[in-house]
Structure formats: structure tokens, C-alpha cells
Design a protein around this ligand. Structure first.
Ligand SMILES: N[C@@H](CCC(=O)N[C@@H](CS)C(=O)NCC(=O)O)C(=O)O
Length: 214
């Protein structure tokens, strides 16, 4: 039975998992959850994901939540091609780069955070955009320094094959572009991004290629 991915075309967390599935050549069924209509909070979906977030992955009886945990699950159940290096220090580096995106940038800029700023803290579009761009610049500045100053960076974030850090990076850059963030200060990061999006596995995972894209 094919795996089922609860996803939303614009969700960068779901985008990470779509890339990982494609890189590993795993066929899956996409089950769209419309975040702007609030479907993530409906009981119908909450029974699949009590956290009320996408993505969630169903693999037979197993339900796996949180994009990082899902990617690690795929890595353990479908080891080839690997998305993590063979050495412990390399794996720690790739996880640190991934978490820099998933923990330090993304939560500050996701849908419910932005909605809260607008609804409860009275921010308008200008305020929201300033907040968004600030945290992208801060986080990507740290990402760029990590790529520049820690060993392992090559064609991709770590080595010459795409891996877990690239799965995290590319969706974050798509989001940053959508919010017209200035990406010129991050040439190493954008070089990696360019090499990723030249690959079919990344292109097929893009928001515009999803069945629920509108
Ligand atoms: N840490 C979670 C983040 C999941 C997340 O924030 N998903 C967003 C879409 S990118 C979502 O479902 N948002 C719904 C909401 O904010 O109500 C993961 O990596 O899976």
C-alpha cells in the first residue's frame, strides 16, 4: 500500500517531506489539507494528526508526525539513497543545519504566528512583512555563515549529493522569495539552492506542481 502524505501545496514543512520522498523514489498518495480553510483544525484531520499541523505521513498502520521525524523515519526504513552522511559528526552537522531552518526560522514565520500578529497584536501587511523578513535575514545569515565556516559544504549543503539539510533549505527559500526577502547576502546558500532546484526530485515537490495548487 502506498504511503499517504497529508500535505498542503504551500506548506514548507510538507515540501521538505515531498522532496525526501522524491529523492528516495518512494511513491505516495497526496492527501491535501487546506490550511487557509482551517481544515487542519477539523476533527476529520485531527484524528490523523492531533497536533493540527501538516505534514503527517501514514505508512500502513503507522502515523508519523513532524517533518524532521518523518524524514528520519524514511531514512531508516528506506536507507538508499541516504539523506544523512555515514559519520556521526557529519550527521550532527546536517541535523544542525536542518534544525536551524526548522526551529529558528520557520516557527516564527508560519501561518499561525503571522495570524496572531495580525489578529491579536494589530499588525498590518507592512508590520507582518517586516517581521517575516527580519527573521529570514537573521536565520539565513546564520545558515550562510555555517555553510561558509564549517567543513562539509560542497555542491550541496553537505557533500556532493542532496540530503536532509537541502530538503529543509529549499522550501525556506521558496517562502523567502514569496515574501520578497533580499537573498543577495547569501551567495553560498543560493548556489546550493540553484543546484537543488535543477533536480527533478526538488522540482516535482514544488508548490506549483502539487494537485492542490491554486
Ligand atoms: N515543526 C512542524 C511544523 C509544521 C507546521 O508548522 N506546519 C504548518 C504548515 S508549514 C501548518 O500546518 N500550519 C497550520 C497552522 O499554522 O494552523 C514540522 O516540521 O512538521
Amino acid at each position: 500500500m502506498a504511503m499517504k502524505l497529508y500535505t498542503y501545496f504551500r506548506s514548507s514543512a510538507a515540501f521538505r517531506v515531498r522532496i525526501a520522498l522524491n529523492l528516495k523514489g518512494i511513491a505516495y498518495e497526496a492527501a491535501p489539507v487546506h490550511l487557509l480553510k482551517g481544515e487542519q483544525n477539523e476533527p476529520r484531520y485531527m484524528q490523523h494528526n492531533p497536533q493540527g499541523l501538516v505534514p503527517a505521513l501514514e505508512d500502513g498502520e503507522q502515523l508519523i508526525l513532524q517533518s524532521g521525524a518523518i524524514i528520519e523515519y524514511l531514512e531508516e526504513t528506506h536507507p538508499a539513497p541516504p539523506l544523512l552522511p555515514t559519520d556521526a559528526a557529519g550527521r550532527a552537522r546536517v541535523r544542525a543545519l536542518s534544525q536551524l531552518i526548522a526551529c529558528e526560522i520557520h516557527p516564527l514565520n508560519n501561518l499561525r504566528t503571522l495570524k496572531y500578529l495580525r489578529k491579536h497584536l494589530g499588525q498590518d501587511d507592512d508590520g507582518i512583512n517586516a517581521w517575516y523578513r527580519h527573521w529570514v535575514a537573521d536565520g539565513l545569515g546564520k545558515f550562510e555563515r555555517s555553510l561558509a565556516e564549517t567543513a562539509g559544504t560542497a555542491a550541496f549543503c553537505h557533500g556532493d549529493a542532496p540530503g536532509m539539510a537541502d530538503c529543509h533549505l529549499v522550501p525556506q527559500i521558496f517562502n523567502a522569495q514569496r515574501y520578497q526577502c533580499d537573498l543577495a547576502p547569501f551567495p553560498i546558500t543560493m548556489g546550493v539552492f540553484g543546484r537543488c532546484v535543477a533536480l527533478e526530485a526538488f522540482r516535482k515537490a514544488e508548490p506549483s506542481q502539487q494537485p492542490d495548487a491554486n
